[in-house]
Design a binder for this molecule. Structure first.
Ligand code: LUZ
Ligand code: MOS
Length: 750
């Protein structure tokens, strides 16, 4: 089945937040932000802005009826700065005017005086000064201090990974209006409608039932709207509530880039110990997470970094610590992979260090240490249905790695201005929110009298195709045409207390909840049919919109059955609840079974480097990926291609820069380079590993959102290998992104 949004998207008919017709008298808000990254506000004068004709109100923290707190996990983030500012771009005030231009103009008239304080952008420096967002955490297994003596080789090094801008096509925005009986309705471009509802209630000091959040679809999110859509939505709600008028806020691209957090940069120290036979005996790492000025989702991201710090390997003795450091940058946040890519880059860098010194291809070290069935992860879970070895073997076979390696070294031996490089990236990604309580979902299904079906869940469509997958689930259970089914907007009044659509688990959680509701309705309809034809419900089947008895078709159509049920006063609505079974985690021991299952796969990337210019081309990406039993191969392949491209972008060209004063230097598309069509791989081949798929995955179709992102890490090591082939004297360092500029310096480094 095609993505049901495809036609709407290409014809421009899909409705996004900015396409929702607003009510008469709608006002526009513009956010006034801190011009300084750290300081004490000594004066704030909004009088000139307020007196500009067309300006209705300038909101500051003083106008908040409830709590000035929008923190998602811990209460450390204000809606509007109060006494101090902690990052450049931090909201200080909201100007609300009759139109956006006026609001923007008025914001320029606001006078703020700030007594500057020291700006810290380096996470290591922050830690030295004791600036941590939350207490540090360590995952341990085996005996790390005793393990070194058993190693034949020990290597140490430093690893840096950079930030990444989400660059969702649709910027952050919200539209709120009074909805009667003291309520507020918020249309928000958020992955987490319930979080918006909860925080708006807290800030306005009204109960959650007075706030309705509605989401049609997002123009991309990638994690950037899991937590960070909340601020803008709550500002719109505040203004709508206080002024009793509709209010809309849409961030311009530059403002969005300056105000919102990115993927966390990490700076890490790593030590790895191996035996002669390439077995990794010991792995120790200390990671400094650059959290920005407030916790946001950093605690959860830190946790996922710890879970994935050994990637797809079994390492008997490990000790990994993450410090979540408070700096004067926008609060860094969720981004596809959620800390896992950063953790995996560290272990892969350590393997690359070892490979170089031991003069073997890194892939042999990777291969010698792959997880096997029932191996224990450092967090206590036993690895099940492990197929990393199978993925690698399939890749080796279809790709003929050894032969390609030889071709590449022959090519490099010709010493043209080009060099080629290759690298392999295995991936093991745990599926479930690491916070066990978030792994729950609900669905509401109505069958209408005419046989059409309406579905509400907590899933937010953001281009990933979850709505199409949900339709497939219902169509399969009822055995009706997908045309009969409509997915409603995601709305907190219809489906309450939802988890954000995140952690690659939107289809699993909401799909399983939907499955339960549909099955209940199906059983009920079967009983109705059984009563009509005088048999037992067990003999009834509904197939292709017809009722069958013991395999024989009857005259009863789907529509007739539904009408009969309705006239018989049988309920045609169902609401259901799903909670992922068997998962748990004990934080006091840092052990448990946090994931419903793991996704495995292996990719290889070949690059061709122009050693005169430092520019490069990704020649080929080939991978073997375990999709389980894919519910929608077209959608899953789209996620695969998009994910790997985004991963390659993070590793090679997307460079977020802040200066010492905490000013973002890459706040537009002329200074922040993302992959375009010219950066796409010359060839991309994805082979599906045929597996049965795990039970908790919806119809055994494995989660696809995040795992492919990490294949992109191979691009970094492939480029490194190409540079080494040109400049053998170069001592490789591990500092992403490996931009053409950085490559050029390394090509000629002595
Ligand atoms: N969000 C979250 C996530 O709140 N918890 C998670 O474990 C997670 N994992 C991946 C992406 N988003
Ligand atoms: Mo996410 S990084 O919002 O799954």
């Amino acid at each position: 089945m095609n993505n049901l949004d495809a036609i709407g998207h290409v014809t421009g008919k899909s409705v996004y937040l900015d396409d929702i017709p607003v009510l008469k008298n709608c006002l526009n808000g513009f956010v006034f932000c801190s011009p300084s990254a750290h300081g004490t506000i000594t004066s704030l004068d909004v009088s000139a802005a307020l007196s500009l004709p067309g300006v209705q109100k300038v909101f500051t923290w003083k106008d908040i009826p409830g709590k000035n707190d929008i923190g998602g996990i811990i209460p450390d983030e204000m809606l509007f700065a109060q006494d101090e500012v902690h990052f450049m771009g931090q909201p200080v005030a909201l100007v609300v005017a009759n139109d956006e231009r006026t609001a923007r103009k008025a914001a320029k008239l606001i006078k703020i005086e700030i007594s500057e304080l020291e700006v810290i952008t380096d996470p290591r420096l922050a830690r030295e000064k004791g600036l941590l967002l939350i207490p540090s955490r360590t995952f341990r297994m085996g005996d790390i201090s005793g393990a070194w003596s058993g190693c034949d080789h020990i290597f140490e090094g430093r690893v840096e990974s950079g930030a990444q801008e989400h660059l969702y096509i649709e910027t952050q925005g919200a539209y709120a209006h009074p909805s009667g009986n003291g309520g507020i309705k918020i249309h928000s471009s958020t992955q987490g409608p319930t979080l918006v509802q909860k925080v708006a209630a807290r800030v306005l000091s009204i109960p959650m039932n007075h706030i309705e959040v509605d989401v049609t679809r997002l123009g991309g999110a990638f994690g950037g709207k899991e937590d960070q859509a909340t601020g803008v939505a709550v500002m719109a709600a505040l203004a709508a509530y206080m002024l009793d008028r509709p209010v809309k806020i849409t961030l311009h691209r530059g403002d969005d880039m300056r105000m919102t957090g990115k993927r966390h940069p990490y700076s890490s120290d790593v030590k790895i110990g191996l035996t002669k036979d390439l077995r990794i005996k010991a792995f120790q790492a200390v990671l400094y997470q650059n959290g920005g000025a407030a916790a946001d989702l950093s605690p959860a991201i830190m946790e996922r970094t710890l879970f994935h710090s050994t990637n797809a390997y079994f390492i008997p003795n490990t000790e990994v610590t993450v410090h979540s450091c408070k700096t004067n940058l926008p609060p860094n946040t969720a981004f596809r992979g959620f800390g896992a890519p950063q953790g995996m880059f560290v272990i892969e860098a350590a393997i690359a260090m070892a490979a170089r010194e031991m003069k073997v291809p890194a892939r042999l070290i990777q291969q010698a240490n792959f997880l096997k069935e029932n191996d224990e992860f450092q967090y206590g879970q036993k690895a099940k249905d492990v197929n990393i070895g199978k993925c690698y073997a399939a890749l080796e076979k279809s790709f003929d790695i050894e032969n390609i390696e030889k071709e590449i070294s022959d090519f490099n031996a010709k010493k043209t201005i080009y060099r080629k490089g290759m690298a392999v990236m295995p991936v093991c990604f745990g599926v479930s929110f690491t916070n066990t309580s978030m792994n729950q979902a609900r669905a509401l299904v109505h069958i209408y009298q005419d046989g059409s079906i309406g579905i509400s869940t907590g899933a937010v469509e953001m281009g990933q195709g979850v709505n199409t997958k949900l339709i497939q689930v219902a169509a399969r259970v009822f055995s009706v045409s997908p045309d009969r089914i409509k997915i409603e907007t995601t709305n907190t009044s219809r489906v309450a207390n939802t988890s954000p659509t995140a952690a690659s688990s939107g289809a699993d959680l909401n799909g399983n909840a939907l499955l339960i509701a549909c099955n209940k309705l199906l059983e009920r309809l079967k009983s109705v049919a059984a009563a009509v034809v005088n048999c037992s419900p067990g003999e009834i089947e509904i197939r292709d919109e017809k009722v069958f008895i013991n395999g024989t078709p009857t005259e009863i159509t789907w529509e007739k059955l539904v009408t009969t049920a309705f006239l018989g006063r049988v309920s045609l609505s169902e609401q259901s609840h799903y909670a992922t079974p068997k998962i748990w985690f004990d934080k006091s021991k840092e052990k448990g079974q946090p994931f419903a299952y793991h996704v495995y796969g292996t990719a290889v990337i070949i690059v061709r480097l122009d050693c005169l210019r430092g520019t490069y081309k990704i020649e080929k990406v080939q991978m073997v990926h375990d999709f389980g039993n894919s519910l929608n191969p077209a959608i899953d392949m789209g996620q695969m291609e998009g994910g790997i491209m985004q991963g390659i972008g993070w590793m090679t060209m997307e460079e977020v820069l802040f200066n010492k004063e905490g000013r973002m230097l890459t706040d537009s598309l002329s200074t922040y380079k993302v992959p375009d069509i010219y950066s796409a791989p010359g060839e991309l081949v994805c082979q599906a590993l045929e597996t049965e798929g795990p039970e908790p995955a919806i119809f055994k179709s494995k989660a696809i959102g995040e795992p492919p992102f990490m294949y992109g890490i191979a691009a970094f090591f492939a480029l490194q290998n190409a540079v080494k082939a040109f400049n053998p004297e170069w001592e490789p360092d591990f500092d992403t992104p490996l931009t053409p500029e950085k490559i050029l310096m390394r090509l000629y480094a002595r």
